[in-house]
Write a protein that binds this ligand. Structure first.
Ligand SMILES: Cc1ncc(COP(=O)(O)O)c(C=O)c1O
Length: 377
């Protein structure tokens, strides 16, 4: 009989490992937070985690303050009120039942991955990409196949992806705008993928940076979900809404997929302040507009500075810019940090030698440019 406990090793008992793949998966280490940085006597600009340097949606903050004394109560058992609000936000084009809400975009991604992936099943990613697709899929025992983005501008290898689909493939992950490259998937390419995938494959399109995209042929997953395709759009309140610390996100998809994935949700999964803040944030058009206008304006200034300083970079559709410094990426990170600027090397996203820099406020960007001038002298 298996007891789960077998023999002693030192003082600890050994356990039977039923899921060995939990140990071998890649690890996602987010960027350092400001609280983790000590002994620095000058202002630090954190341009390493694609946060909103303008702050948080004021409407969300007001909702948080208005509910701060209710924390002795449990929140709603389900995020139904947020689902209703999202349906309104999407002007009734999607019904409340088409939304899956959770404490962050990452957690919603995990629910979807748990729902569709399993031992021996496959998913497709295109590196450089956000690491959690691989990490969470491997933690379900899934096999992750990488069909890398194409040089030199990180275009999607559409044929490569379609040819890699087997009868075991369950999820095709796409990100547009993509982190960390800032590239996007033009509408015609998305059309071709969504129209070509077989019925047993779900196309997950992560669009957490969509507010910042301005390309004429940028296209959101909404179009395909409205057509009833097996497509999921992933969203977050961490980026444009400036609520990364609160952890709120959502996905929209067909009712069938949403009903299925919500089976994995738990009572009280979304906390009280997160729920109220997200509902309020969806009305904050003004904050989103200010945020987007700032990023559009500042990115032009940063491009000009990078051109002048001969720092190689890729044009972006997000609130961050991927660069390839001539020096080693970790040395670049250290030197920028000495100048008070936190940036993010992204080798673990599949972009060795590259560094991602968030577009901040005018003041933060000026400080970042001044730091570059110093370290690249
Ligand atoms: C492409 C992409 N998707 C999803 C997320 C998850 O966002 P969060 O878990 O903060 O909602 C991030 C965060 O950086 C991201 O870059």
């Amino acid at each position: 009989m298996t007891t789960g406990f077998t023999k002693r090793k030192g003082m600890e008992k050994e356990i039977n490992i039923y899921k060995p793949y939990l140990k071998v998966s890649v690890e996602y280490k987010g960027g350092k937070t400001l609280n983790e940085i000590q002994n620095i006597d000058k202002p630090i600009y954190k341009l390493s985690s694609n946060e909103n340097l303008l702050g948080s949606s004021p409407l969300a903050l007001a909702a948080i303050m208005g509910n701060i004394e209710n924390l002795n109560s449990y929140p709603d058992r389900t995020p139904q009120r947020l689902q209703n609000k999202l349906s309104e936000f999407y002007q009734g084009e999607l019904s409340p039942n088409q939304f899956i809400c959770g404490p962050s975009g990452s957690e919603v991604l995990e629910l979807i991955i748990r729902a569709f992936m399993g031992e021996g099943l496959e998913c497709l990613i295109s590196n450089p990409a956000f690491l959690v697709y691989q990490m969470f899929s491997e933690k379900q025992g899934g096999i992750v196949k990488d069909i890398p983005l194409k040089e030199p501008d990180f275009g999607l290898d559409v044929d490569g992806l379609l040819n890699a689909i087997t009868d075991k493939t369950r999820i095709l992950f796409l990100t547009s705008p993509n982190n960390p490259t800032g590239s996007y998937i033009p509408e015609k390419e998305l059309d071709r993928i969504v129209d070509s995938v077989p019925d047993h494959v779900i196309v997950v399109i992560d669009e957490v940076y969509f507010q910042f995209a301005d390309a004429h042929d940028f296209c959101r997953p909404l179009k395909y979900v409205k057509q009833g395709k097996n497509v999921v759009g992933i969203n977050s309140f961490s980026k444009a809404y400036g609520l990364a610390g609160l952890r709120m996100g959502y996905a929209y998809t067909t009712e069938k997929i949403a009903d299925y994935v919500r089976q994995l949700s738990k009572p009280f999964l979304v906390n009280l302040l997160g729920l109220e803040a997200a509902i309020a944030a969806l009305d904050d058009d003004q904050f989103i507009q200010e945020t987007v206008e700032l990023v559009q304006k500042e990115k032009q200034k940063i491009y000009n500075a990078f051109d002048r300083l001969k720092l190689h970079y890729w044009k972006t559709q997000g609130n961050f810019i991927l660069t390839k410094p001539k020096m080693d990426a970790s040395d670049f990170e250290d030197k920028m940090f000495q100048e008070g600027i936190m940036v993010r090397p992204v080798a673990n996203f599949g972009a060795p030698g590259c560094v991602r820099i968030t577009i901040g406020t005018a003041e933060a960007n000026d400080a970042m440019i001044a730091a570059l001038e110093t370290i690249m002298k």
